[in-house]
Write a protein that binds this ligand. Sequence first.
Ligand code: COA
Length: 180
Amino acid sequence: MTNFRNLVIAPLNAAHDRAGFHCNVEALDQYIHKQAGQDIRRRISRIFVATLPDNPKEVMGYYSLSTLSIELSQLPEKLARKLPKQPVPVALIGRLAVSKNALGCGIGKMLLVDAIKRTLTVSDQIAIYAMVVDAINDNAKGFYEQFGFARLSDDSPRLFLPLKSFEDNPVPINLFQSHA
Ligand SMILES: CC(C)(COP(=O)(O)OP(=O)(O)OC[C@H]1O[C@@H](n2cnc3c(N)ncnc32)[C@H](O)[C@@H]1OP(=O)(O)O)[C@@H](O)C(=O)NCCC(=O)NCCS
């Protein structure tokens, strides 16, 4: 039986079989097939992929990570009033997808935890106020909301989670191994 706890999460590289990745969302398939490599080369995004140790080419899931600044007015009033009146630096998970052959095995959650861990590490050196995600549809919003992400507004695909929330409630770093 496949042990998804051994998942390796590492930067996308030329050895990964990008073309073989299929989730149930065409735009997310097209992104890793055609756009991801270019975004990495241009330093627009970093892409991390999940593979299993016995099949290191097959992409079981991926996410993209980049930075963004959002207007203070986009945050809920009760958070905004505690912040200086300037744009807020955040880390963005622009895309996150799991292979249609491996849905429901915990890979989406492990990718999300990995993105948060990497962001927390970077945020010791470069200030990042929150993790922001762009949900591809309402179904995806439900996935993020169960982990504490809140909608920026009802008509926006963006959800956010202040990194401060991890100061009292650390990410369970023993949940899995990640290899950079
Ligand atoms: C959403 C997605 C990433 C979830 O990946 P997954 O590996 O199947 O999810 P996991 O197995 O890690 O599920 C973790 C938890 O989320 C829950 N969950 C999964 N999809 C969910 C959804 N759409 N809404 C609410 N909860 C969801 C699971 O029930 C599970 O809960 P549990 O820990 O209490 O058992 C995957 O369905 C996917 O790739 N969908 C297509 C692309 C997409 O929507 N991407 C997200 C935004 S761009």
